[in-house]
Every structure is written in C-alpha cells, then in structure tokens.
Design a binder for this molecule. Structure first.
Ligand SMILES: Nc1ncnc2c1ncn2[C@@H]1O[C@H](COP(=O)(O)OP(=O)(O)OP(=O)(O)O)[C@@H](O)[C@H]1O
Ligand SMILES: [Mg+2]
Length: 478
C-alpha cells in the first residue's frame, strides 16, 4: 500500500514537472472522457429502462388477467396454452400455497427452476422482477403474484409468469458494445482534440520563449511586445521587460564604469610616460633624476589611492561584506576631526565648528572615512571666511551626522547623480583639484553597509548640507 502511495506521489510530481501542453492535453482528455462516460451511462440506463418497462407491463397485465379469471371462476381454472408453436413467448403457472402445481404451460418445469421465481407477498400483491436464463439459454423476465380466491373459505393461489425478453437482452448487449466503442473513440478524439487545443493555447508562450531565446546582449534595449499577449502572459512579459530594463541600466553603468576607470588610469600613466620620456632624452644629473623619481612617486601614490578606492567600492558592493560596529564617542571623534582639519580651514579662514556628544554605533574606520570625504568636499567648496559645521543629532530610529557648509552650493540638476561613481559637477575644475568623483560614491557605499542612508540638500551660492543616517537598530533596514 505504501509503495502504491509512493508511486502515485512520484507520478504526480512527474506530472507537475511535465510540460504544460501535456498537462492541458491530459486534463482536457480526462474531463471530456468523464463527461462522455457520464452522459453515455445515463443514456444507456434510460434506454434499457424504457426497453424493459414495456416487458414489465406485459407481465403485470398477464398476471392481472389470470388473477381476474381465477377470482371469477372461484379457482376453477381452464387455461389455454398461450402459444401453440414450439418456442413460447411466455409461460404461466398456477400453484397453491403448498407449492403444488395446479396448472402450467407445457414444458415450463423443464425450462425453469423453482428458484427462478421470487415468492410473492401473501397479500394479493406481486413479487419483484427477476431476470433468469431458461434451460434453452434464453432470457426471461419472471414475476409471481398472489391472489385470494373469495368464497366460504377464502384461500390463496400463486401465479408465476415468465416472459421471453431475449430480443431485448440482445438489444441491451448491442447497446453495451456501441457504448464501449463510443467511449473508446471519444477518448481517442478528446486526446487528439486536447493536444490540438493545448498546442494552440500554448502558442503565445512559445512565441515569447522564441523571442527570449533569440535575445543577444546587444539587443538589451529591445522589449517584448506585450500588447498582443494573453492576460496571463502579460504580467510575466511586463515583469521580464522590467528586468531587461534593469539589466540594461546595470550593463550601461558597468560599461560606463569601465570606460571611466580606463580614463582615470590613463591620465596618471600618461604623466608618468611623458616625464620618463623627457628624462631619458638626454643625460641628467643626480638631482634631476631624483626630481623625476619624486614626481613619479607622487603619481604612483595617486594611482595606488585610486585603485584602493575602486577596490573598496567593489568590495562594499558584495552583499556578503559584513561590518563590525563598535561604540564610538562622538565627542572624541569630532575633536580629532577638528584638529585634523584645523590647518586646512585656517588657510582659507573657514570657521569649523563641531557639535555633538554621546555615542554612536558604527564601524569606526568607515565612519571616519565617510565624514572625512564630506568634510574634505565642504572645505574644498567653501570660499574664504565661510563656515563648515559638523553636527551630531538623533531621532527615534537614527543617529544623524550633518555636514553643513556655506559654500558654492550645487545646482539641483546635479543632485540626482551626485552619488554616482566618477560624477563631478564641474569636471575640469574638480579634476584639476585631483578629485576623481569617488568621494560621495564611497560615502553612499559606507551608508549602505551600515543599512543607513545619505541625503543632500543644497542651494547654489548659499550652501550645502549632507546628512548621514546610521540606524540605531541595525536590523531595521535589512
Ligand atoms: N559640499 C559641496 N559643495 C559643493 N559641491 C560639492 C560638495 N560636495 C561635493 N560636491 C560636488 O560633487 C562632486 C562629487 O563629489 P565627490 O566627493 O564624489 O568627488 P570629488 O570631490 O570631485 O573627488 P574625490 O572625492 O573622488 O576626490 C564634486 O565634483 C563637487 O563638484
Ligand atoms: Mg570628494
């Protein structure tokens, strides 16, 4: 039994995994077959009932007739042989309650057994119908009836009647064969029809699949036409188009990123090549060689830093990169930053103010790096006698670090791209100042690693405010 259940389970699993066309075909064939079987069986029963109902009426009429004759003649029976030819259409017998035969159609005892007739209820009613086979292999419908003979001493007689229904049995057998043929042909046709319907129904799926299979990386800008798709596929096609759009965007970003990296690496390399080339053109003294090497070292450092920052961004993007948060004293940290930037601010007469106390939970090195990037930008873009404020606050869910400057501000059109890699507002000026446009992209990555956020508000010529949101509950933005 367990094996049967297991096998059935395996079959169902296999069926579930199979193609939708096959499933639809089987389901269609099965339901058509069930409908066909139900209607055929119903019709068969109606026809057979009708067929034998007429026979039953003949039997009942005959029994009633004999009963009437018996009652009229007070049990003295003179009965005619129903048929004179060899095969009788029906047989009749009259018995008393002891089972003694008073009268019967000739040969009836030869053809039938006693148990071929049901015993009637002794209240003048008839028994149920029986279908029996006579000795000469013909089908008969038999019924018994009891009759009370009135008189001084009423007594009961039993009538047994057998009607030849062989012709109707033949018709019934024919019905059965035809029914079996109809059902078999029905299964076959419904299978073929089911396969055709499923094949036709799955055409849009095949069309979409063909289109997907023919997709090339160069066709990422193309979309599948969802307008003539059936409703069920429309959602899938739309979802796929959405996915394509995302892939296209990522792909373009990646292409752009590679181009940007190549571009950023080319400039310092070009400097190195030119310097080395000039140096090698003629014999130089030791001082000149030292100067060239010193300048090359600077370029190497810049290259090294650029590669470090790119590596940091690549690692930060890996979803498996985890960080270790620690309790950081805001006061201590801000004081250290203040000391570090004091000199740069004094050079430009910028007033640097730090406000904040308490603790924050973050990765210390990354926390410092994010604020460093923001402070460097703020000081870089603030004119002489401007102000830069570093403020720590908090709300219900976040520790908030604000870097506010009274600098040149940023035009609103740049704000959506500010955190993109290699994005610079004033490309040539920023590049001259040694900026790669990676500082804010790194800030964004650091905030993502903390499951936090960064945002910016800015007004040209008035100033810019960057806000870092470090979640208090590390899991809330996971
Ligand atoms: N506080 C600010 N005020 C005005 N503009 C800013 C400010 N911070 C950033 N920007 C603009 O945003 C751009 C991107 O800044 P980001 O820090 O990413 O790059 P960068 O400073 O040019 O180079 P890097 O930080 O890689 O050395 C900058 O080019 C700058 O024009
Ligand atoms: Mg920067």
């Amino acid at each position: 039994m367990k094996n049967v259940v297991n096998n059935l389970g395996n079959f169902l699993n296999h069926f579930k995994r199979n193609s939708i066309t096959l499933r639809l075909t089987l389901l269609y064939a099965l339901s058509t077959f069930a409908a066909l079987l139900a209607s055929s069986v119903f019709l068969y029963h109606v026809l057979v009932n009708d067929l034998f109902l007429s026979d039953e009426k003949v039997v009942d009429n005959e029994i009633r007739l004999v009963k009437n004759v018996l009652v009229q003649h007070r049990g003295k029976i003179v009965m005619l042989d129903p048929q004179s030819n060899e095969r009788k259409a029906y047989y009749l017998r009259v018995l008393n309650t002891k089972g003694e035969i008073l009268l019967e159609t000739p040969d009836m005892s030869l053809q039938f057994d006693r148990k071929d007739f049901a015993s009637p209820p002794s209240n003048g009613e008839n028994s149920h119908i029986k279908t029996v086979k006579s000795i000469d292999n013909r089908y008969y419908m038999t019924r018994s009836g009891s009759v009370i003979i009135p008189g001084h001493k009423p007594y009961e007689l039993i009538i047994q009647m057998a009607l030849d229904t062989n012709h109707h049995q033949t018709v019934k057998a024919k019905y059965q064969i035809r029914l079996a043929i109809i059902i078999l042909v029905g299964i076959f046709l419904s299978g073929i029809l089911g396969a055709f319907v499923a094949f036709k129904g799955m055409k849009p799926v095949r069309r979409v699949t063909d289109k997907l299979l023919s997709y090339k990386v160069t066709q990422l800008n193309e979309r599948i036409d969802a307008s003539n798709c059936p409703a069920e596929l429309m959602t899938m096609v739309n979802a796929f188009n959405l996915l394509l759009a995302k892939i296209e965007r990522s792909f373009n970003q990646l292409t752009q990123f590679s181009a940007d990296i190549a571009h950023e690496l080319r400039t310092p390399l070009h400097h190195l090549m030119v310097e080395t080339d000039i140096c090698l053109r003629k014999e130089r003294n030791t001082k000149e060689y030292q100067e060239t090497l010193q300048s090359s070292l600077e370029e190497y450092n810049k290259l090294g830093q650029l590669i470090d920052r790119l590596l940091f961004l690549a690692r930060a993007e890996n979803p498996e990169t985890a960080i270790n948060r620690a309790k950081i004293s805001i006061e201590k940290e801000f004081q250290a930053l203040h000391e570090f930037y004091q000199l740069a601010c004094e050079e430009k007469n910028i007033q640097l103010r730090v406000v904040g106390s308490g603790f924050i939970e973050a990765e210390p090195i990354l926390f410092r790096r994010a604020i460093n990037n923001l402070l460097t930008n703020a000081i870089k873009h603030t004119k002489e006698y401007g102000k830069v404020n570093l403020i720590a606050t908090e709300d219900e869910n976040y520790y908030i670090i604000k870097v506010i400057d009274t600098g040149i501000g940023i035009d609103p059109s740049h704000l959506p791209h500010l955190f993109d890699r290699f994005y610079r507002v004033d490309y040539s000026r920023s590049k001259q100042a040694g900026g790669h446009g990676l500082g804010l992209a790194i800030v964004k990555s650091i905030m993502e690693l903390h499951h936090g956020m960064v945002d910016v508000t800015s007004q040209p010529e008035i100033g810019t405010t960057f806000r870092l949101y470090f979640p208090k509950d590390f899991s809330i933005n996971k």
